[in-house]
Design a protein around this ligand. Structure first.
Ligand SMILES: *[C@@H]1O[C@H](CO)[C@@H](O)[C@H](O)[C@H]1NC(C)=O
Ligand SMILES: *[C@@H]1O[C@H](CO)[C@@H](O)[C@H](O)[C@H]1NC(C)=O
Ligand SMILES: *[C@@H]1O[C@H](CO)[C@@H](O)[C@H](O)[C@H]1NC(C)=O
Ligand SMILES: *[C@@H]1O[C@H](CO)[C@@H](O)[C@H](O)[C@H]1NC(C)=O
Ligand SMILES: [Ca+2]
Length: 440
């Protein structure tokens, strides 16, 4: 008798748990699913988890604005000389001729072409008045950066530049990073590099000289804002410990906000001159030209959506968990049974969905909690709306032993072949119950 029971138990348990497990995502920790169907004692139900859209090339979805608006070269047509050699003046810009025009779109087209395509400003004709240009990239949607911002210059890299960001659709701006050949002189800031940052100073805004010096290094044309190096302060040098980063992002709002934005602004303040003196006799040598800008990120959906669509020129999250709004930032109508809150990356790997629950649930119809309305017999309270019962139990609070009523037992199918006797099933369930009681 005892032997027989053991065998049946071994057969039944993996079956029960196997069913539940096979519906969990196989890619743990990617937060790519918002919900999955699971079998519980109450039949097929949904299990909700934190989810986010995949990271993507965000330059496909932005609007670019230049200030001053007429700063692009070619109207009227101009001839440019190279910085390296003032006698080489064969770069022509003419806005009315497609082959000779350099409009802003060419900063975002597919690169890898030879020669590269680029936007170009008009030259520094009004020297010594500064040649200042703002390039503003707007998404009209909150996004989260996932990789370095990389700006590739066709001309020499600027001697002074600021990268700024906005979190409120361009109403207010904060600097992200300052760039200069001489940080003290340009911004009265000590020069630093991203390697000087620690976990405690990660949010500091620094001025770096790493990307401005030396137009002689003509292959070194990029200016970066280093996201990965900052992530690495928490996730380790090869980002192998993303769990640690996600944990930090979850608990530190400032850190999360640091990588979040709606707009970026590149403020070009002084072009490359390649020397200490500006050659006033030939100002056609000085201008800005950018061939490519990379911005990699994902829509911010507060961990309530795993996809984000671009429709009618606008990005928006496809909200789940009964949330709504462009960032899934509030509960749907009739689902305001408790305050909205973002999903959470914790616990790793599935996180917590924090779904919105129906109205009129109120305090009265709150089914379970961790204090007074505890789920019994090993049941787990899910979002205060239901108890997920341990095998062998049912009822609102898992207070009922399954199969002891008239309702019949859905488990019985799996026992039927080995045991036609209802008496033995009852015995088995009693044993199951005591095992659970022991386990808890
Ligand atoms: C710049 O110098 C070159 C070579 O002397 C000359 O051809 C060109 O016209 C000059 N440009 C200006 C604006 O003086
Ligand atoms: C560029 O943006 C800054 C603020 O971010 C503003 O002060 C400035 O007037 C703008 N325009 C130019 C041409 O710099
Ligand atoms: C930004 O998106 C909102 C909807 O979320 C829309 O009403 C508004 O017109 C958009 N603004 C721009 C400048 O596209
Ligand atoms: C929203 O609530 C309804 C009713 O409870 C439910 O059927 C639906 O699956 C919920 N949607 C999500 C995405 O959770
Ligand atoms: Ca290009």
């Amino acid at each position: 008798m005892r032997m027989w029971l053991m065998v049946t138990l071994q057969a039944a348990w993996p079956c029960l748990f196997g069913l539940a497990m096979q519906h969990y995502p196989t890619t743990w920790g990617h937060y790519d699913m918002c919900k999955s169907q699971v079998y519980t004692d109450d039949g097929l139900t949904w299990d909700y988890m934190a989810c986010q859209p995949e990271a993507a090339d965000m330059t496909q979805y932005l609007k670019v604005t230049l200030d001053p608006p007429d700063i692009t070269c070619g109207d009227p047509p101009e001839t440019y000389c190279t910085l390296e050699n003032p006698y080489m003046c064969n770069n022509e810009c003419d806005a009315t001729t497609e082959e000779l025009a350099h409009p802003p779109e060419l900063m975002f087209d597919f690169e890898g072409r030879n020669p590269s395509t680029f936007w170009q400003s008009s030259s520094w004709r009004k020297y010594p008045k500064p040649l200042a240009v703002n390039i503003t990239l707007s998404w009209n949607k909150t996004i989260e950066l996932t990789d370095d911002i990389v700006i590739t210059f066709e001309s020499g890299r600027p001697e002074q530049m600021v990268l700024e960001k906005s979190l409120d659709y361009g109403k207010t701006w904060q600097p992200y990073q300052f760039y200069a050949t001489d940080c003290l002189d340009a911004f009265t800031m000590e020069p630093k590099t991203v390697q000087d940052l620690t976990q405690f100073t990660l949010l500091d805004i620094i001025c770096t000289e790493d990307y401005s010096r030396g137009y002689v290094w003509k292959y070194d044309k990029t200016v970066r804002f280093e996201i990965k190096d900052r992530f690495a302060l928490f996730a380790g040098p090869r980002l192998h410990n993303m769990a640690s980063l996600y944990g930090q992002l979850d608990t530190t709002k400032n850190l999360r906000d640091f990588f979040t934005l709606t707009d970026l602004r590149i403020r070009l303040l002084r072009p490359a001159t390649g020397a200490t003196m500006v050659d006033e006799g030939n100002l056609s040598r000085y201008f800005y030209a950018i061939s490519d800008i990379k911005v990699h990120g994902r829509c911010k959906c507060n961990l309530h959506a795993n996809s984000c669509v671009f429709d009618k020129e606008k990005l928006s999250c496809e909200c789940e968990h009964n949330t709504t709004g462009p960032d899934c930032g509030r509960c749907k109508r009739n689902y305001q049974g408790r305050a909205w809150s973002p999903g959470s990356y914790l616990p790793i790997p599935k996180g917590t969905a924090n779904i919105c629950v129906p109205n009129n649930v109120g305090p009265v119809t709150r089914v379970c909690d961790d204090e007074l309305l505890r789920c019994q017999n090993g049941g787990v309270c899910v979002n205060n709306i239901r108890c997920q019962c341990a095998p062998g139990y049912s009822g609102l609070l898992c207070e009922k032993v399954r199969c002891d009523g008239e309702a019949g037992c859905p488990l019985s199918d799996s026992y039927q072949t080995s045991s036609p006797s209802a008496g033995i099933i009852l015995l088995l369930l009693t044993l199951l119950r005591s095992t659970w009681a022991l386990a808890l």
